[in-house]
Design a protein around this ligand. Structure first.
Ligand code: GTP
Ligand code: MG
Length: 233
């Protein structure tokens, strides 16, 4: 079963075809310098889908429709004179989809690990999500920790300092965001893209073709014929 079949199998037909059309339209656009695969992970209901919709479509709905399996959207942005195509995968937070969602970690260059500042359990689960990243993804994958729903200050149970402390401990950068009020959403994605670019430049500088490892890095671009040793991101 191909990845696409697998994905479609876990989506309602209407949703699968709508997304496939969107993906197809975008994937026919080959005019980009780099393509980065990014995953959004975290407990169910923390706001992963809302975060992606805010970023990709500038929309928000208060209704909660829990994601089934996995879905993705494509967005192309400009950073430092480079056209970067982002393939952003929105994973289901529910435990029962864990096998399917972790299968997509491989090849991801960046993760947005999200919790909900009004939900202690989602914060307590961050350590486990971080372990999942270490287990299933490339060693150099970049991770940002996001405390979402910062518009709900009255219902906050996780202080910003605790988020910051945990992110320091895990070696991730930290953002507080709101998909609802559009706070720090774009900034989070752009920072993630920037640190992926920084890492990519470092890796290319230190590249040793003789080195092979069990966990090889992902493809950085869909345009192998175009050399990208000169990344200036
Ligand atoms: P799963 O798909 O089950 O993993 O959940 P999810 O993480 O994708 O959550 P989703 O985006 O579906 O959001 C869950 C609920 O939280 C929905 O009712 C959203 O409207 C709401 N929500 C998401 N982000 C925010 C936010 O920033 N602020 C507020 N107030 N509500 C939010
Ligand atoms: Mg969702």
């Amino acid at each position: 079963m191909s990845r696409h079949d697998l994905r479609s199998a876990f989506l309602p037909p209407k949703m699968a075809s709508a997304t496939a059309t969107y993906g197809q339209k975008e994937s026919s656009d080959q005019n980009f310098d780099y393509m980065f695969k990014i995953l959004i992970i975290g407990n169910s209901s923390v706001g992963k889908t809302s975060f992606l919709f805010r970023y990709a479509d500038d929309s928000f709905t208060p209704a909660f429709v829990s994601t089934v399996g996995i879905d993705f959207k494509v967005k192309t942005i400009y950073r430092n004179d480079k056209r970067i195509k982002l393939q952003i995968w929105d994973t289901a937070g529910q435990e029962r989809y864990r096998t399917i969602t972790t299968a997509y970690y491989r090849g991801a260059m960046g993760f947005i690990l999200m919790y909900d500042i009004t939900n202690e359990d989602s914060f307590n689960a961050v350590q486990d999500w971080s372990t999942q990243i270490k287990t299933y993804s490339w060693d150099n994958a970049q991770v940002l920790l996001v405390g979402n729903k910062c518009d709900m200050e009255d219902e906050r149970v996780v202080a910003a300092d605790r988020g910051r402390q945990l992110s320091d401990q895990l070696g991730f950068e930290y953002f507080e965001c709101s998909a609802k009020d559009n706070i720090n959403v774009k900034q989070t994605f752009e920072r993630l893209v920037d640190i992926i670019c920084e890492k990519m430049s470092e890796s290319l500088d230190n590249a040793d073709p003789a080195v092979t490892g069990a966990k090889q890095g992902p493809q950085l671009t869909e345009q192998p014929e175009r050399p990208h040793q000169d990344c200036a991101c």
